[in-house]
Ligand binder design. Sequence first.
Ligand SMILES: Cc1ncc(COP(=O)(O)O)c(C=O)c1O
Length: 387
Amino acid sequence: MSKQKNNVGWTDYTQKYGGRKIKTINPDVQSGSSVLFENFEDMQLALEGNYPGVDYGTHGLSTQKAFEEAICRLENGHRAYAFPSGINAITSTLMAFTQSGDEVLLCDNAYGPTKRFCHKILAKYNVKTTHIESNIGEEISVYFNNKTKLIFLESPGSNTFEIQDIPAIVKAAKKAGIMIIIDSTWATPLYLKSLDLGADVAIQSVTKYICGHSDVLMGCATVNEKYADEFANYFETVENYTNPQDCYSALRGLRSLKVRLQEHERSAFEVAHWLEKQDVVDCVIHPGLESHPQHSLWKRDFLGASGLFSFTFKKSYSADQIAKFVNSLEMFGLAFSWGGYKSLLTARPYKRDGQWLYNGKHVIRLSIGLEETKDLIEDLEQAFKNL
Ligand SMILES: Cc1ncc(COP(=O)(O)O)c(C=O)c1O
């Protein structure tokens, strides 16, 4: 090999192509493990922990930084971090802010794997988890004790859509010095300004609406100034790494998020209103409908609704009847996750702590994609006949 030092593996195309830089609208997908230092002195600074730049791939290269800066601005945060999945953003944030002896208050409608992590892993480190009602508000303070470190909210919950009264919880928590983390994936940073409402960390499963095409797993967490150093300390120690191509896709997704979300919202409302009129349907569980128990909170705190909601049937159908209905659908894929261009469906019963209206019933969850609304409605209509 010819003698090369700091230009290993790349060519300066400016020289080759008429002295003009090759510039594109989007950032480069910068991937790599080693980051080249300009000189020996910089390497010494890195060894001493005093290098002002990025000194290794695990600290996040430029594509990751571009995504983090964009999401941070949307969330009105102090600093944002990318993670390889939504659940990884959640578990990392919980690890960053808890220690042995702490107690976590977790809303009962949180994403299943979030609950599982708290009970299986945090418990191992002597962090206790207490469930709080999914529609909780200022009465949350009855759960506070001198071990309560943080409150984890998901508003609305992504299956049963109860909404927590964030400002009331913030008021009570701030008085007691307790931090608030919120998974606001349903609303995205466009429809819920979690940090402006007083939360300390906002989490997104980027996998959902931000990427929008069901082809990427990614998450992010945005922290306010108060907790930024504590989070940075954790992140820099654990050295989580997020694939640059995924960061690129997430950044691209952000550019069209607003228009996609508007279409998901419009179409979901149309399907929800149609469902409300169907004889077989008991309840349409959509925070944007007046019939939703916390509709007034949604109206007050949210700037819009995404395309995910549920409904229940009047009758208690057997599992076989539900299977007939579900299997006859042609437009709705059967799959976990949501927020992509293809409509998806899940169907299962849920239990919730506290007052819960749909006990024992199958909750049919629809993620309304970007297909023609008319086709989705026609599909549901023909499938209802199979019940
Ligand atoms: C509300 C919510 N948060 C987090 C996650 C986890 O996201 P990911 O699939 O990116 O791990 C999900 C996944 O379905 C979710 O519904």
